[in-house]
Design a protein around this ligand. Sequence first.
Ligand SMILES: [Zn+2]
Length: 82
Amino acid sequence: MDSSEKTSKPQTIATIDVNIQFPNFSEMNWNEEALYDHLHCCLCGSELQFHHKANRVQNFITEEASCPSCKIKTRESAHTIQ
Ligand SMILES: [Zn+2]
């Protein structure tokens, strides 16, 4: 291949295959959409796993959401026990 040759056509030098599942949001109402966002990974769409840790001394529960596919923690929040 002659490296001095100018080409005006874009070339594919690498491709990355990803497995992304797009839900059909047009058929969801805002409530279902918010719930979907809460329960699914923002990167790959997998169902999140939730872990809860109760802190009875300070009266709150820590909720951790993680994606089993991406192996990342997507969210952590604390809720007061009533
Ligand atoms: Zn994920």
